[in-house]
Design a protein around this ligand. Structure first.
Ligand code: UD1
Ligand code: MG
Length: 458
């Protein structure tokens, strides 16, 4: 990869940046238009990330942040941990963005001119509030999101540097979720959930989960980053799946903000909040994908996987749509459950489970885990059953003992179903699947939810 930007690249990035700066300058008049500003900031974030990935690639290699592309004929080393570049640009963008949604509100809620002596009645502020302007208290949530993301980036870089063992690194996101959980506790504290209609006679309309709600939120934060990290190993898949999820959440947010939705809708603010966190994420991720797509010129590193997952977790928790979020992560959930036997070492788990590159055909095939010791009877039977259901492929010896199995990832399963294929076609197939699942998930969320809940909150 050349460390310098080509002429056309440099000119395109420059003109995009200038256009975005122009738009930002315009939002300084009048009401500030935070949503427009957020889009402009995302454009800027894209340009910066794109250029920085190029400029910093060699420095990362020198620092030892590099990896071999295992699915290529020539296994050259390329820079790894480029997600750190994304994350840093993202964090700076979201911090510099703060005045747009919050500044006017600080002034509106006081007697103006920055004086905080006379604070206006909340009622007055609420009703006189401009569309898309946040109450000041939301700033606490916003800052806690930034804190959590910052923590996950530090821990993620640590993992990329020291290659932490799997059983320890699953818990990394739990530490990073502490800031949002604490601020949620101090600031918001709602731990009730809406009860599905059939259960209402027993539990009432709202059920207070109490501290279990915090456990639930911590579990969401552990699940999202790890589930993206284990659906990985072929060029582009980590970033592209995150982009599909982000775009689907943006689509869902837009449903609440469209001119056809009655305003003010109770969920408007939450979904706007979600957009402010996601748009710059899309900006930095597109820049990374352009370098990570097949044939990859950089790797994203665990930093990116954790960071992306945490953006979703934070977004879903603070935007109050964590159940919808899970619907959009169904392929990741399936992959997680499917991987569980290997993750918990019920079945042996090699260091890498990515597909096997056949250098003769240039195609990817399922990777195999061999069982040196015979498996326990129930486990062997379970694998045989899954084999019959075409949910994996095993080999048995003449005694009928299972001697090997395909690795338990959805990527390998795809190859079991559709046969060997080139790396980019495999990624495209999985992404199409992710998109289809997400759209069905959203449909279920907004249509079928009426069966179990009395109303769709749209
Ligand atoms: C996770 C998976 C592991 C998978 C790995 C691939 C589990 C428990 N762990 O481990 O099975 O093999 O991700 O990312 O499911 N690489 C490529 N091509 C790519 C991406 C990565 O060859 O497109 C290789 C490179 O050598 C790179 C390395 O994978 O250096 C990165 O692996 P790492 O992210 O450290 O693996 P884990 O997240 O621990
Ligand atoms: Mg990884």
């Amino acid at each position: 990869m050349s460390a310098r930007l080509g002429r056309t690249e440099a000119l395109s990035l420059l003109s995009l940046s200038l256009a975005c700066i122009g738009i930002l300058a315009n939002t300084l008049h009048g009401d500030g238009e935070p949503l427009i500003a957020s889009i402009a900031f995302s454009g800027l974030a894209f340009s910066f990330t794109y250029a920085l990935i190029r400029w910093l690639g060699n420095a990362f290699m020198r620092a030892g942040l590099k990896g071999k592309d295992l699915s290529k004929l020539r296994q050259v080393e390329i820079p790894e941990t480029m997600g750190a570049v994304c994350a840093v640009v993202y964090l700076l963008t979201t911090i510099v963005f703060i005045p747009w949604p919050f500044y006017k509100d600080i002034v509106a809620a006081t007697s103006g001119g920055g004086n905080r002596d006379v604070v206006l009645e909340l009622q007055q502020v609420e009703t006189g509030r401009l569309l898309h302007r946040f109450p000041h208290s939301k700033l606490a949530s916003y800052l806690s999101a930034i804190l959590s993301l910052q923590s996950i980036v530090i821990l993620g870089i640590g993992d990329d540097l020291f290659d932490i063992r799997w059983r320890h690194k699953v818990l990394i996101p739990a530490f990073a979720s502490i800031p949002i959980l604490i601020v949620y506790f101090v600031d918001f504290g709602v731990t009730k959930m809406v009860v599905p209609t059939p259960l209402r006679p027993y539990l009432g309309e709202l059920f207070d989960l109490g501290w279990l709600y915090y456990v639930y939120m911590a579990m969401v934060s552990i699940f999202c980053p790890n589930s993206i990290n284990i659906l990985a190993g072929i060029n582009g898949i980590e970033v592209a799946q995150s982009l599909v999820i982000a775009v689907l959440i943006v689509f869902n947010d837009a449903l609440y903000l469209s001119p056809f939705t009655p305003y003010p809708h109770p969920a408007t603010d939450s979904h706007l909040f979600s957009l402010y966190l996601l748009l710059p994420f899309i900006g930095v991720s597109v820049a990374l994908l352009m370098h990570n797509w097949y044939p990859a010129k950089v790797f994203v590193g665990d930093t990116y996987c954790y960071f992306a997952g945490m953006v979703f977790a934070v977004d879903g928790i603070l935007g109050h749509f964590s159940k919808t979020l899970i619907l959009l992560l169904l392929p990741q959930l399936f992959n997680f459950v499917y991987s569980a036997p290997q993750l918990f070492h019920i079945v042996p788990c090699p260091r890498h489970r990515l597909p096997h590159f056949n250098s003769r055909t240039g195609l990817l095939e399922c990777s195999i885990v061999e069982f040196k010791k015979p498996l326990a009877f129930p486990i062997a039977e379970a694998l045989k059953l899954l084999h019959r259901l075409r949910l994996l492929r095993i080999e048995t010896n003449e005694k009928g003992e299972v001697i090997s199995s395909t690795n338990l990832t959805i990527i390998n399963l795809w190859l079991v179903w559709f046969g060997p294929m080139r790396e980019d076609r495999l990624a495209m197939g999985l992404l199409a699947f992710q998109t289809a699942c997400g759209l069905v998930g959203l449909f279920i969320r907004h249509r079928l939810a009426l069966w179990v809940f009395t109303q769709d909150n749209l």
